[in-house]
Design a protein around this ligand. Structure first.
Ligand SMILES: NC(=O)c1ccc[n+]([C@@H]2O[C@H](COP(=O)([O-])OP(=O)(O)OC[C@H]3O[C@@H](n4cnc5c(N)ncnc54)[C@H](OP(=O)(O)O)[C@@H]3O)[C@@H](O)[C@H]2O)c1
Length: 310
């Protein structure tokens, strides 16, 4: 199954540190504190920072400046935001990926990239969601763990998927659990963040208009959030001490895949109708609420309506 979710729906226009800080600040309340909260999704976000790894941060960008942070997968959806946010926070950030000449599978360019790094963030993704995905994540994670140990990198940060362990029948989710297990058993101090699906991911997976006036999608329950918010949380974690554990971040609302898709199409002026009941694609095998976050997750502030109207 091809990775149809790869998207170029990233930031708009030229980015300056000042502009980005403003952009990122728009995610937060007027007191300069993040509007994230802890708990289950609700209709409206609670505007007070309560989580240990987002409280105590005086400004909207990570405040510990000057770390050398290597982002592998820095050209992807989350990676691009992450690099911008970290740079705006005053860090020395190097973005690497296949297209810049670093291949995490063959290790080409890897030792050079990690030389002198304080932190390495892995935001690579498998090119497919099928049985090749576990092979990709095993190879790339093992290569990165060994190289990071050799380079004496003090912190490995990785993004996984909320609920992946509840969907073992899908190779992609199995692969993400395998990746988590390798990191937890590995030699490098680590932080794993798990996120629910981003709005951008759902938009990118919508079939092209030429496929007909009706879009069939399963009733999978999602808790979507903005890629920028995932990146901000990851940037905050990356600039701190290794968690030596896993933290979850999720969106503020529980919606079905079909609901997110219908609202997105309508907001884009696309007249197609979404019908619940599709049996194709990655989420068809996730009929229930397996991908929702448990109580205790950090809840990001932006709703679907706010994101679509941005
Ligand atoms: N997006 C979401 O909603 C979401 C939610 C939860 C978790 N995650 C996790 O977050 C991670 C990043 O997701 P994403 O959506 O940002 O991915 P993405 O947009 O598909 O980007 C993938 C990145 O990986 C790079 N890459 C692929 N193969 C590589 C290799 N062999 N060596 C080096 N770089 C390689 C790509 O480089 P090129 O651009 O040069 O090809 C690109 O920079 C994934 O592991 C995913 O499981 C994503």
């Amino acid at each position: 199954m091809p990775n149809q979710f790869r998207t170029s729906v990233i930031a708009r226009g030229p980015v300056t540190a000042e502009g980005l800080a403003q952009d990122v600040n728009s995610l937060f309340d007027g007191r300069g504190g993040p509007a994230y909260r802890i708990g289950r999704a609700q209709a409206a976000p609670v505007r007070s920072p309560v989580h240990s790894f987002v409280t105590g941060i005086p400004s909207a960008v990570p405040s510990v400046r000057g770390m050398r942070i290597v982002v592998i997968g820095g050209t992807g959806l989350i990676g691009t935001w992450m690099v911008r946010i970290l740079r705006a926070g005053g860090h020395d950030v190097a973005a690497h990926s296949l297209s810049t000449g670093l291949d995490l599978r063959s290790e080409k360019g890897l030792p050079q990239a990690l030389n002198g790094a304080d932190v390495v963030v892995n935001l690579t993704n498998s090119p497919t969601y099928d049985r090749a995905a576990p092979v990709f994540f095993r190879e790339t994670t093992e290569n990165l763990l060994l190289a990071a140990e050799d380079a004496e990198v003090g912190h490995l940060v990785t993004l996984s998927v909320v609920g992946a362990e509840r969907v073992p029948r899908l190779p992609y989710f199995r692969a993400k659990v395998l990746q988590e297990d390798l990191i937890e058993a590995g030699p490098v101090p680590f932080s794993i963040m798990r996120a629910t699906q981003t709005f951008e991911l759902v938009e990118a997976m919508l079939p092209p208009a030429a496929s007909g006036p009706t879009v069939r999608l399963p009733a999978t329950a999602l808790q979507p959030l903005a890629a920028k918010e995932v990146a901000w949380m990851l940037a905050t974690v990356s600039a701190g001490e290794p968690l030596e554990g896993i933290r979850d971040v999720a969106g503020p609302e529980v919606l079905t895949l079909a609901e997110v898709a219908q609202a997105t199409l309508s907001a884009r002026g696309d007249n197609r109708t979404v019908v619940t009941g599709g049996d194709a694609g990655l989420f068809a095998a996730v009929p229930g609420d397996e991908l929702l976050a448990d109580a205790g997750a950090t809840i990001a502030p932006t709703t679907l309506e706010q994101w679509l109207g941005r």
